[in-house]
Ligand binder design. Structure first.
Ligand SMILES: Cc1cc2nc3c(=O)[nH]c(=O)nc-3n(C[C@H](O)[C@H](O)[C@H](O)COP(=O)(O)OP(=O)(O)OC[C@H]3O[C@@H](n4cnc5c(N)ncnc54)[C@H](O)[C@@H]3O)c2cc1C
Length: 496
């Protein structure tokens, strides 16, 4: 319904989804299926859908999770498990088209602020339409935050000394220039994560040489980019939706085993990971130095290298790994702590993201600006003192989408429960017994500690030491707990 207030057009929707990435598109699908009575809109800053998979255009961009679990549970994945951004975009486009979601999505709509009024039991959002410069206003009963976790406009680059002296180009993969000419050049990729591991085999064939410069190593697993079980099931003509479900269960079962083995017998798991890499690099290569982190496997996501392509480029001599610290940039390249000099024409800083927890939206609740860090997470999805709002924050180590699907079920169930109770608002609220609860960071740095999260812990909500205030980051626990969550246990306060 549209009205005009203070000369600004105002539109109202029962639910407003922020962002048209994997989480927002999934949210729109589930809402349409599970709560068809609700009106909703998806507002997206960019000119199209896809989020992460639209923003990142660097050579070789691909998933590091398999698409049976990184895809939605409701739409079978039919290609090889590790997918290019292009394949993921096609899949998302099909979800939009097959479910007629496009009519609900408004692109070029950047939300700048969100005010909650308890008197009206609704959110008011100020929105800039980027292509026209128009200021718009939306109101909604429920805000479904699917804005991801990092700033899309630019990536994170550490502040190194001497970058102004460097005579070559410095590029962040998040803002990759379409016309970057790297043919025949010496390229240094700074970073050790999935982005570096993806970029290097894509660049190496055209460059003179690519060096992966890392301060500390990352664990990689490797194998063929094929799921043998899926291939076998296809051969005997099993329905694709069955194959998708069976593949998901098998993959999740195997990941659970791996997670337990990584905790119970870390040394054995480590040696298995090393052995797979040695098959590409040979016995003389110092795998432990370059691919053996100080932490045990699974503390951070173990990135998958399909068909060992990164290692094949190293074996061919087109790529190499240097594990060393940067002292400073100079005119021809980078001076390292070991005293070595690494010359480069192009330096690619695969150094991660700039955490951006609430999509750069200024939140105000009944006139008080929100400090998100002051809140405590309810099941890692809603937050104390913030009414009618849920945030989809997926898994770090399992596929993000597993949690996006589950939070969508939870939000749809909660919306139904509010209707049954005649509640206009729901606010997670600590019980009297929770008042002295120990508050912990959003993620336990001992257990999971990538740079972007550690740099931003002060911006993120906190978690408690008991149910339902824990943010578990464990699919295998949450898959049973979330659907069974008692919405009337007193931690969700409903108001008429
Ligand atoms: C290169 C790369 C590879 C990855 N690979 C994997 C993988 O293999 N497996 C895995 O599980 N995870 C992976 N991830 C993590 C990945 O970000 C998530 O899995 C997933 O794509 C996130 O989807 P999302 O929709 O929650 O957020 P995003 O993809 O970040 O999308 C959020 C959307 O919200 C929009 N938005 C933000 N703020 C506003 C605002 N104020 N107003 C309107 N719109 C707004 C953004 O423009 C964006 O389109 C990867 C991340 C990167 C960067």
């Amino acid at each position: 319904m549209a009205t005009v207030t203070e000369g600004v057009a105002v539109e109202h929707f029962d639910v407003l989804i922020v962002g048209a990435g994997i989480s927002g598109i999934g949210g729109a699908y589930h809402l349409g299926q599970q709560r068809p009575d609700k009106s909703y809109v998806v507002l997206e800053t960019q000119a199209g859908f896809g989020g992460t998979w639209r923003t990142h255009t660097y050579p070789g961009i691909r998933s590091d999770s398999d698409l049976h679990t990184f895809g939605y549970r409701f739409k079978p994945w039919r290609n090889a498990p590790i997918a290019s951004a292009e394949e993921i975009m096609t899949y998302l486009g099909e979800v939009i088209e097959e479910n007629d979601l496009d009519r609900h999505i408004r692109y070029e709509h950047a939300i700048t602020s969100a005010f909650w009024s308890s008197a009206d039991a609704r959110w008011t959002l100020e929105v800039t339409q980027r292509d026209t410069g128009e200021q718009l206003r939306f109101t909604t009963n429920f805000l479904w935050m699917c804005q991801g976790y990092y700033r899309h406009s630019e990536g994170y680059t550490p502040d190194w000394e001497g970058t102004a002296d460097f005579g070559g180009q410095i590029i962040h993969p998040q803002t990759w220039p379409d016309d970057l000419d790297y043919a025949g050049k010496n390229v240094v990729v700074i970073g050790s994560g999935a982005t570096a591991a993806t970029l290097i085999p894509a660049l190496a064939p055209d460059c003179a040489h690519v060096t992966m410069l890392q301060r500390s190593p990352t664990y990689f697993s490797t194998g063929r980019n094929i799921n043998e079980l899926v291939e076998m099931l296809r051969e005997i003509d099993i329905d694709e939706s069955w194959i998708h479900e069976i593949a998901r269960r098998r993959i999740l079962f195997d990941q659970n085993q791996f997670m337990h083995r990584a905790a119970d017998e870390p040394e054995v798991v480590k040696q298995e990971l090393f052995a797979a890499i040695r098959e590409h690099l040979g016995e003389d290569y110092d795998v432990e130095k370059h691919f053996g982190p100080a932490y045990r496997p699974w503390r951070q996501r173990v990135a998958f290298v399909p068909d060992g392509d990164l290692f094949e480029e190293i074996a061919s001599g087109k790529a190499s790994v240097v594990t060393d610290a940067i002292v400073r940039f100079n005119e021809t390249g980078i001076e390292l702590a070991s005293g070595e000099q690494l010359d480069a024409d192009i330096v690619v800083t695969a150094t991660g993201f700039d955490l951006n927890v609430l999509g750069d939206i200024a939140f105000t609740i009944d006139g008080t600006p929100l400090d998100f860090h002051d809140t405590v997470a309810y099941r890692g999805a809603m937050f104390t003192g913030i009414p009618n709002m849920a945030w989809v924050f997926g898994y770090f180590r399992a596929s993000w989408t597993l949690r996006a699907d589950m939070i969508a079920d939870f939000v749809c169930r909660l919306l139904g429960h509010m209707d049954e109770r005649g509640a206009a608002a729901v606010t997670p609220t600590l019980r009297p017994d929770d008042a002295d609860m120990t508050l912990l960071p959003w993620v336990d740095p001992e257990n999971f500690n990538p740079g972007y999260l550690m740099r931003g812990l002060h911006l993120l909500p906190q978690q408690g030491d008991r149910e339902p205030w824990r943010h578990k980051q464990n699919y295998w626990v949450e898959k049973d707990e979330l659907p069974a969550a008692d919405l009337d246990d007193g931690t969700l306060v409903f108001t008429p």
